[in-house]
Design a protein. Structure first.
Length: 69
C-alpha cells in the first residue's frame, strides 16, 4: 500500500468516526453534566483531524506514530 493511500484511508476513517461520535455526543439523549464541554470535545476532535491532514505522509508509515493514532 502506498503511503499516500494509507494517509487518505486513515483520515477518511477518522472523519467517519468524528461524524458518528459527534452525532452521539451532541444529539444523544443521555444525561450531560455540561453541554459546553461536549461541544469543546467535538471541536477538539475535528481540529485534531484537520492538523492530521497537514502532517507529512512518511509519518503514517512509522509504527510509533501510526498505532497510537
Amino acid at each position: 500500500m502506498k503511503d499516500r493511500d494509507r494517509k487518505r484511508i486513515i483520515v477518511l476513517l477518522r472523519w467517519g468516526a468524528i461524524i458518528v461520535t459527534s452525532y452521539l455526543i451532541l444529539l444523544g439523549r443521555g444525561k450531560v453534566a455540561d453541554p459546553n464541554l461536549s461541544h469543546f470535545l467535538v471541536l477538539g476532535y475535528i481540529l485534531s483531524n484537520i492538523i492530521l491532514i497537514f502532517l507529512p505522509i512518511q509519518w503514517f508509515s512509522n509504527p510509533k506514530f501510526f498505532y497510537p493514532l
